[in-house]
Design a binder for this molecule. Sequence first.
Ligand SMILES: Cc1cc2nc3c(=O)[nH]c(=O)nc-3n(C[C@H](O)[C@H](O)[C@H](O)COP(=O)(O)OP(=O)(O)OC[C@H]3O[C@@H](n4cnc5c(N)ncnc54)[C@H](O)[C@@H]3O)c2cc1C
Length: 317
Amino acid sequence: MNILVVAEMQLGKLKPSNRASIRMAQDLAKKDGDSFSMVLLGHQLGDAANELNRFGAKKLFVIDAPEFEHYLAKPLTDAVSNLAREHGFDRIVGCEATTARDFFPRLAGALDAGMCRGVSALCEVNGETCYQRAVFSGMALRTERIHTPIHVMTVDPTTMDDPTEGGAGEVVAFDAGVTVGDEIRFVELRRAKSERPDLSVADRVVGAGRGIKSAEYLETIGALADKLGAAVGATRAVVDAGWLPNEFQVGQTGKAIAPKLYFAIGISGAVQHAAGIRGAKTIVAINKDAEAPIFKIADIGIVADLFDVVPQLIEGL
Ligand SMILES: Cc1cc2nc3c(=O)[nH]c(=O)nc-3n(C[C@H](O)[C@H](O)[C@H](O)COP(=O)(O)OP(=O)(O)OC[C@H]3O[C@@H](n4cnc5c(N)ncnc54)[C@H](O)[C@@H]3O)c2cc1C
């Protein structure tokens, strides 16, 4: 096996989710006594390569060119597939997130490879390495086998352990020979401005559901989040009501998160929401309905009116 991790940058920094891909590559390599390599693409990468090069990879390929300053699926796909062909990589690993969801299927197409997405664990069936992933909003685990010589996969960052530290690999500058044509160009990236931690990677998250009744109450939810140093998340009901923009949505069609602490406030705990918080270590639920499904997955359940409990929490913290 010749394993390659595709490491991604975001706004000039390494994405924290790269750690999950590296861990999967380490697990794959350990299984067959192989090594793994990584590729980092971007522009004016600064210290990013050094920061990445401490997990025992054999080689770190660096593709540093203006074409990769902003995310564009086509040049990225072309560059990684050129590298994979030239160096014979047959296991390509990335992390299941917005950009990889976009370009990994293209990569699989370019390399004529089978692909598994959202892999949470490796297993063996009849002596062959297979991939497990959660399906039906985490209600079931499916085992998948790839039949093509090249395997392309994204991993579920909420289920992976941290990678182990190791030595630095040989750094190799790779000329991907890719240019951005007229068919596609980067126009603009609009980001919600927030002083709070990034929801995708925050250690603590306060999640708001329809039970908060109005957008105005988000101010109180925000006050609790600030006391906890937490990010704010929301259910789809809150987003659909227009109380918060899309990027706050947690769940099957929103973000999958794995905080150490998740407060579910006025959230029923529908399977589509629960799918996004499977990786949370401790879930505290506040709901006035003792039968609400959220209590089935909560570690601490408070059956009460949130409008009484949340102000008390803010005062007590
Ligand atoms: C294809 C598909 C994809 C979906 N994807 C997502 C997704 O990614 N994320 C997501 O969240 N949802 C998703 N949904 C929607 C999901 O099914 C639920 O409708 C949604 O999660 C419900 O949001 P909620 O818990 O805020 O609202 P509700 O289900 O209305 O629950 C509100 C809760 O607040 C409680 N409550 C009310 N007042 C109080 C009070 N004063 N004090 C305490 N508790 C109170 C109620 O008892 C209730 O349990 C998806 C649905 C579909 C069909």
